[in-house]
Design a protein around this ligand. Structure first.
Ligand code: ZN
Length: 438
């Protein structure tokens, strides 16, 4: 299968480090507030990626962190008048609630910075010993000039980077691009370190957590495109210094989200929290709307996109309801994990072309409707295919078993229809509609 690697800027044949196994890491939220719908895009995208790898038979380990030590958390603590640990706990819980409401719950490992401090100290000490980092005024900085590949991910010239980088007042660095591995602070929460009281730098936190869970290199490192620079570039620089690699063989980035062609921002007033969004749209509709645009493209959320997603979701619900009745009556058992479809795999193997997969789903829905109308032989196969594919996309559909009572009504309905007792038949039909069977 082919994956677009942000590092090489090419579609590359995917080969895992260890045969049959995949390790993946997606940068998680900084827990200082509720997450917005832009944060849900990597979650929905990489759940789908994970599910597809599982379907292909890989053993996948998926980690996504909580950035629970960060100046943003200190600022929130001051505003909310609680301490940093309470802020982190509150928004970790809120995020986990969001994931549950969006039916996204498959991450295997959720490391936290607070549990990784000793590893962070060791990591920074090694970088200092190797001369890749230096201490100034109890802060530790990374020496970017020692990395000749610096800028490889974001493909920026060092000159551009220097002119674009902001130098904060009071920062005494050798080079404006050097970034803090450890930052001295006298505000809010501080931790004792070999260099004085302070907090770790964000770019260091992710590398340390990856190394701690997986070792020096993983298969896939992913996140939103806005993290490419400086976050991911700086993760790579540290990994080159310490492990002589780019942390991951494949870097994947999802595009950003616009709302009605405008960038989401607090100042425009179109900023949407994930928790509010899920009150207006159900999880399936949101996922269909997201996945109907290729993950690397910017996603423009409009009313039209949601109407389309709702329409697609309703078509799937309607056909599965009919199929479920047929399968129940005929005692047929579907599967929702393993039915192969060549076209589906062709699309997914092309860097996860989910818009094509959704078009394929609509074709399968049409075929299944036709099969049910004609009582064809492929009802079970088509149902299982649709359920397998929707399951990989992260969509959830109920296929309830008929109760004895419901089965009885169904049989009476069929009997009365056969006898042409239309009035009685219609009574049972209404009963079945009430039971949500028809
Ligand atoms: Zn990260």
């Amino acid at each position: 299968m082919k994956i677009y690697n942000s590092l090489s800027k090419k579609l590359e044949e995917f080969r895992p480090i260890e045969e049959g196994k995949i390790t993946m890491y997606v940068c998680g939220p900084t827990v200082y507030n509720y997450v917005h719908i832009g944060n849900m895009r990597p979650v929905i995208t990489f759940d789908m990626v994970y599910n597809y790898f599982k379907y292909l038979g890989y053993q996948v380990t998926y980690a996504s962190n909580f950035t629970d030590i960060n100046p943003k958390i200190t600022k929130a603590a001051q505003e909310l008048n609680i301490n940093e640990r309470e802020v982190a706990a509150r928004f970790i819980k809120a995020y986990l609630d969001d994931l549950k409401n969006y039916n996204c719950n498959i991450i295997d490992k959720r490391p936290r910075v607070i549990e990784s401090l000793d590893d962070i100290f060791k990591f920074i000490e090694t970088l200092i010993a190797k001369d890749f980092a230096y201490v100034i005024d109890e802060s530790v900085y990374f020496r970017v000039s020692k990395i000749k590949d610096y800028g490889i991910l974001s493909k920026q010239d060092i000159e551009d980077l220097i002119s674009g980088s902001r130098i904060e007042i009071n920062e005494k660095k050798e080079n404006p691009l050097d970034f803090a591995l450890w930052r001295k602070t006298d505000e809010g929460e501080q931790f004792d370190s070999p260099w004085g009281k302070g907090i770790p730098g964000w770019h260091t936190e992710c590398v340390v957590m990856i190394n701690k869970i997986f070792g020096p290199k993983i298969d896939i490192h992913a996140g939103g495109v806005d993290l490419k620079f400086p976050h991911h570039e700086n993760e790579i620089a540290q990994s080159i210094a310490l492990n002589n690699n780019y942390i991951a063989n494949y870097w994947m980035h999802n595009g950003h989200i616009n709302i009605n062609n405008e960038k989401m921002s607090k100042s425009i007033g179109n900023f949407i929290f994930a928790k509010d969004f899920i009150k207006e749209h159900n999880a399936n509709e949101i996922k269909i709307a997201f996945l109907n645009t290729h993950y690397r493209q910017p996603l423009n959320l409009t009313t039209k996109i949601f109407e389309e997603a709702q329409n697609i979701n309703n078509k799937i619900i309607a056909v599965l309801k009919k199929a479920n009745l047929h399968l129940n009556i005929n005692h047929l058992k579907y599967t929702k994990t393993s039915v192969k479809d060549a076209l589906f795999e062709e699309y997914m193997n092309d860097d996860f072309n989910t818009p094509n997969v959704i078009t394929l789903l609509l074709t399968l829905v049409k075929e299944l409707n036709q099969e049910i109308r004609t009582q064809g032989k492929n009802i079970l196969l088509l149902t299982s295919k649709i359920l397998t594919i929707t399951n990989i996309l992260g969509l959830t559909y109920n296929m309830p078993q008929l109760t004895e009572h419901q089965r009885e009504i169904y049989n009476k309905w069929t009997e009365e229809r056969a006898k042409k007792n239309y009035e009685k038949a219609d009574y049972y039909r209404q009963e079945l509609i009430k039971e949500n069977i028809l």
